[in-house]
Design a protein around this ligand. Sequence first.
Ligand code: SD4
Length: 318
Amino acid sequence: MFNRRSFNKILSALLVSPLMSCQSNPKDNASHKPLVLSTWNNKEANLIAYQILKENPSSILDAIEKAVNSVESNPLDVSVGYGGSPDSSGNVTLDACIMDHNGNAGSVCFLKDIKNAVSVARKVMENSPHVMLCGQGAKEFALLNGFTVFDLLTPQSKNKFLKWKEKAVFEPEINSERHDTIGLLAINSLSNLSGACSTSGLSYKLPGRVGDSPIIGSGLYVDNEVGASTATGYGELVMQSCSSFLIVELMRSGMTPMIACKEAIKRISLRTDIENKQVGLLALDKLGQVGAFALRRGFNYTVADINGLQTLESEYFL
Ligand code: SD4
């Protein structure tokens, strides 16, 4: 059973173990499952998922959900759940999705007043005949399924918004200083893959805007025969190129996760509207090999596996 003491124990064990780069010798990971991979410096989330997977490989969805919940519930994370940046009218609206190794998917977008959007997405996947619920319908579905209304603005995010409102200029967000959406992929010891993605989206977006994160094939895609992929950054660029689906298909055609991420970024880089915009892509294949590539410098990602826990700087295009 997961508890704070066992979490601390595994945290110290992982932090003192020799850390190896999964990129320097990617084949090593084939026998080193489970493995958890996430966007940005989300060490606690990775550890939560890793520990659950170690104890019970078949609880892969619980592992992913609990890990993502830890970020959604953290008021200091300014791009996800509670404490996430609001839109230009001051409302926090959440996007999230989840996919399992059977190809099932659940998603919510433009969800207000509910803290753990990924858990609602999981309920959509498991308790409804649909894949995606939006706005008021998603909120009503959440309330019917036991979620409670929660004010997602913190005093800090409210003050920041009020300051932003003085000028009210929308600017793309480059790196983790400004955003840190969680996209998390995992493979268990049975070689099953699953993933999830959760965000409050771009800060001060237009009301009603939905990004890539809840879109199956853009912010997340999992195909248990091949691999999984997730994205962070400027969602419009990710949606215009269906990055996660593209990466999985490129892996299907034989590319390594790393080369597939690179190819997907290369396609984005050909666009004319990428100035000041960041995209970070992650991929994980059936062997447990990891890939990460970004449009520009500043994207990092976190890996937990038998070799330890580390946050790595991604390679980048520009
Ligand atoms: C979006 N991709 O809504 C998300 C933003 C993001 O870290 O990744 N923020 O476009």
